[in-house]
Design a binder for this molecule. Sequence first.
Ligand code: ADP
Length: 445
Amino acid sequence: MAWLSLRDIAPAAAAVAGVLLGAAVGSMAGSQALGVLVGAAVFVGAVALRDALQAQRLLKWLRGSMEGRAPRTGGFWGEVAYRVERALRLREKALGDERERLRQFLSGIEASPNGVLLLDAQEHIEWCNAVAAQHFGLDPHRDLQQRVTNLIRAPAFVSCLQEGAFDEPVLLPGSAERGTLQVLIRPYGDGMKLVLSQDITERERAEAMRRDFVANVSHEIRTPLTVLAGFLETLAQLPLSEPERQRVLALMQQQTTRMHALVADLLTLAQLEGSPQPAGDRWVGVGSLLDAVRADALALSAGRHRIEFSDGADAEVAGNDRELLSALGNLLANAVRYTPEGGRITAAWRWRDDGGGVLEVADTGIGIAREHLPRITERFYRVEGSRSRETGGTGLGLAIVKHVAQRHGGEVQVDSEPGLGSTFRLLLPPGRVRRRAASNEPLAA
Ligand code: ADP
């Protein structure tokens, strides 16, 4: 408060100084009283002028951009200038902090996997993140302040906005440019709206696959169950001769076996999906694998085919022996089932140039037409007229083979010519195979 006392006494001190000086000059001029008056007025006027000049400088700074320092004049106006400048700097800093917080907040929303759109009370776009821009085909800069319904014209979205029905999400069907979107609108603040969008194409596809799978399983189980129920009714209601009874029982047994096979394959698939990837350091001899499936293939063929196995004794595969046996078993069972009597079936191991290996099952059977090949490993996909069901097929064998191959870092390849035969190859990458000299321990099939 030093300036206050100085300011209070400055005019008084100037007046006193003026009085004294005026008195001295006045007495010399012959009128002391006039000298006192003029002297006091001149000195007080000088103080007031200096004050006005300082105020003027401050006012000029305030009217301008207020950049740089305020005029440092000392005294009352100096104190005012200092206070104003300090308040200004504090406001600027608070504003800077706010801006930084807003920037961080927006970059947080920008990182969201969902689209975020902020609308003002008139439904103009205030802000949108890159995901929302991509979902709705917006330009995040050019389209700001545009009315949202001019840019997003999907009827479901527009009517949701107009009716204010924000409880349920809106579904926007996919198009050539984008997938299916689920859009949620949430009102906030004073009439403003938050629009959240999510691409649910993948989720919908998985959901459709799940529905198809459940429908297929239900159908596959219902068919043998209906047949069994029919036979049971026949047995209960009709007096059958012994040969007829034996025939019905055999057919019932066939259906039970079919259901059994289906459930076993479903369990295998569930296990494959639910267990961790096979270890990369548990080595299984390929010779042992081929030996273990040979007996089953011969039994299934019952001498109707010529079946040849290569020994594969110098190779080992890193992985799960049960899974590999299941894959090989499925390929061989298919070869037997889809190869007419007298045909030839071979199961072999081959090294590939890149250091990987191939387990190969080839037959001279009915073959598969080219148009079926892309879908052959889908669950429950069967080639019409292939007699899959009649030969006890579940439609899941190749799905299991594909799964096993993928879990071992490999893939399944098929070459086939209708009427000439098929070759199925289970390709394994170099990291999953190695050569070995010693003979393998036999594996239980
Ligand atoms: P399925 O239990 O019906 O054999 P898979 O998944 O093992 O089911 O095979 C799918 C379909 O692929 C079969 O229904 C059959 O039409 C065809 N297929 C599989 N292997 C062969 C093969 N070696 N020769 C001809 N067709 C085959």
